[in-house]
Design a protein around this ligand. Structure first.
Ligand code: SF4
Length: 438
């Protein structure tokens, strides 16, 4: 809030009347020093001591009047002191230091088109999948290889240079399909305590060793796909997946890993996934939050019957709103949140997609198109990702940002932009057109 106010102040009034602005202009090195100090080891250690003192006085935080927050508090209170300390450090210290650094960059960069305000990335770690869900977005990006750990490290260093706080990890298939690769991934990400890793899994491959390894880390949240009870879940994810998903919930709960469920909402499940019975069941399994994604794909034909039409969309939205008001856990419909709060994050420039196997960088995994030279592995400079995001392609893409418009709401505009830049393979372009006419 404080930063938003300052930012808007700077935008409307750069007339040097505001003392902080004048101070920054007159003494940029003092400002650099201040940022350096805030992000330094000393300031981190001071902050750690404060947290320790706080946890000594208040080892458990009492429930509030808000049932959603209480679910998080209950989880927080069940953690060890070390884990609590790490969580507070990351959510308050690292989160705000990153925000402060990004804000400082905004102030200091003269050409505002050059400002990189990346707050999260989506990283595909590659690999195949054990399922074959109709409409799978990653099908066209599948690779039989998993990213090597030195490449993960390279990408995370680049990401860290840009003060990114959230890293969403997906596979080009299922990220936990190969246990050794999963363990390697956890070994890598435990060194980045300033970032939060959100891993999306189909929930059918999480076993005891993956859960045990994940529980050693303080910066991992896992989202597991589930599309309803067994009957509805089998319609896209196949017979047998449901039982494994429920088993995964049990393991994640046992090892005290923060987790939630992620549902693809379509014609055959929208009533069930918005029913009180389903949400109660999900909360009972230990999910802290539920994510809802309205079915959308540009990648395959033959799954048109999954799209919600106008009437069912309205009914779904009504049901979702009603059930959210009584749900014991937070529920987010990603499309509606995007429309209400920020619009397409790819266009806004706060997110980008990196295919870790090929190194290609594009605005979003839903539209993974960009000039091939925008590859993070093309050189090893620590500024490689920043330079890609300052390329004319990304600048042009950011210019198309309109607040409050969901990324799949302007597929025609999107398509035109990619066509103009010769970036869309013919068959994908055709699919996008098809969806637009629905
Ligand atoms: S589980 Fe995920 S990656 Fe695998 S087929 Fe289904 S949607 Fe695609």
């Amino acid at each position: 809030m404080f930063f938003k106010l300052l930012k808007s102040f700077f935008k409307i009034s750069e007339d040097e009347k505001f003392p902080l602005y004048r101070f920054i202009k007159m003494a940029p090195s003092s400002f650099d020093l201040l940022i350096k100090f805030l992000g330094s080891r000393v300031s981190k250690e001071i902050f750690k001591l404060l947290i320790r003192a706080f946890l000594y006085v208040k080892p458990c935080i009492k429930p509030t009047g808000d049932r959603h927050i209480n679910v998080f508090l209950e989880f927080f209170n069940s953690l060890s002191t070390k884990k609590k300390e790490a969580l507070i450090l990351r959510l308050i210290f690292h989160y705000n230091i990153g925000k402060f650094r990004r804000f400082a960059r905004f102030l200091k960069t003269k050409d505002k088109e050059d400002v990189i305000n990346l707050t999260s990335i989506t990283l595909s770690i590659g690999g195949l999948c054990n399922l074959d869900c109709p409409g799978c977005f990653m099908k066209g990006l599948r690779s039989d290889k998993f990213i090597e750990s030195d490449k993960i490290k390279y990408i995370l260093d680049q990401t860290s240079n840009n003060d990114v706080f959230y890293v969403s990890i997906i596979g080009s298939g299922e990220p936990f399909l190969n246990v050794d690769s999963a363990i390697e991934l956890f070994d890598c990400i435990k060194n980045y305590e300033n970032m939060t890793f959100i891993i999306y899994s189909n929930g059918t491959t999480i076993n005891e060793s993956i859960a045990a390894k994940a529980s050693e880390l303080d910066n991992v949240i896992i989202f597991v796909s589930i599309d309803g009870f067994e009957k509805q879940n089998s319609q896209r994810m196949g017979v047998g997946a449901y039982k494994n998903i429920i088993k995964s919930f049990g393991l994640l709960k046992k090892y005290k890993i923060p987790f939630g469920y992620s549902t693809v909402v379509h014609t055959k499940n929208y009533k069930v996934v918005t029913s009180q019975a389903f949400i109660k069941e999900m909360a009972g399994h230990g999910n802290l939050v539920g994510l809802y994604n309205q079915f959308c794909t540009v990648r395959q034909s033959g799954c048109e019957h999954f799209f919600l039409d106008g009437v069912s969309t309205e009914e779904y939205k009504k049901r979702f709103k009603e059930v959210s008001q009584i749900s014991p856990i937070y529920l987010y419909d990603l499309k509606e949140v995007e429309i209400a709060l920020h619009g397409c994050k790819g266009k806004k420039g706060t997110i980008c997609f990196i295919d870790g196997v090929t190194g290609k960088v594009s605005p979003c995994f839903l539209f993974p198109y960009a000039p091939s030279e925008l590859n993070v592995y093309n050189d090893s400079s620590p500024e490689r990702l920043s330079n890609i995001l300052r390329s004319s392609f990304f600048k042009g893409y950011r210019k198309s940002y309109v607040k409050g418009i969901h990324c799949t709401a302007d597929l025609k505009g999107e398509l035109e932009y990619f066509y103009r830049n010769n970036l869309v393979p013919y068959e994908d372009g055709d699919k996008i057109k098809e969806i637009k006419t629905r």
